[in-house]
Ligand binder design. Structure first.
Ligand code: SF4
Length: 203
């Protein structure tokens, strides 16, 4: 089944989830998280495997009319900030409507791209949800199997700190996994000045 918005049957760029409109702009990701929804049999109910990475025009066409959604969310089967030009272009286009825009990210774009991507998002993204996933670097590595090794966790903390300067609402999330010290993770979020949210762990 594929009833994503304006999607070719084999390729879903925009899809409804929890009443909001989600955008799927890449399948690339430097992580291979043990809980990634991409590994589950049914995923999120749409085929989010892309035949090709959509152009800005394809993303805009897939969105159609954004009014009526409580939120537009960059998410999908990959790390959206690996394509900052698409995030920026789409968010700029969305400014025509009073619809909040959120990005769900693993916070590793700077390491991946080799530059600070956050200034590009200033004034365009209303909420950033960063997957901290753990309360320390070795557990992060264990849960995400990131290609960046133990460099990843401190890089995410830096990314989260800088996000406060550019994005009005910053949320750090962790998985509710037995080895994750939720109190310690919550304290990290508080120190940074971010909100904190716990996600359920899915095998
Ligand atoms: S960072 Fe997100 S998209 Fe990448 S493997 Fe982890 S859960 Fe999946």
């Amino acid at each position: 089944m594929n009833d994503g918005i304006n999607a070719k049957p084999e390729m879903t760029i925009a899809y409804k989830l929890y009443g909001s409109l989600y955008l799927n702009i890449t399948n690339r990701c430097p992580n291979s998280c043990v809980f990634c929804v991409r590994k589950s049999k049914n995923g999120v109910g749409y085929n989010l495997w892309l035949e090709h990475e959509p152009s800005l025009a394809e993303v805009i066409e897939a969105i159609g009319a954004p009014s009526g959604y409580p939120e537009i969310v960059f998410c999908g089967y990959g790390e959206p900030l690996l394509r900052p030009e698409i995030v920026e272009g789409t968010a700029r286009w969305l400014k025509q409507w009073p619809v909040p825009v959120r990005i769900n990210t693993n916070g590793l774009a700077d390491l991946f791209l080799g530059y600070d991507v956050l200034p590009r998002l200033k004034g365009l993204i209303d909420v950033i949800s960063i997957s901290l996933n753990a309360d320390n670097a070795s557990l992060y590595q264990k849960l995400t199997r990131t290609e960046f090794g133990e460099k990843a966790f401190p890089a995410i903390l830096e990314f989260a700190k800088r996000s406060i300067k550019y994005i009005p609402r910053v949320i750090l999330t962790v998985v509710n996994y037995q080895e994750v010290n939720l109190e310690k993770a919550a304290a990290i979020a508080e120190t940074i000045g971010a909100e904190f949210r716990v996600r359920e762990f899915m095998e």
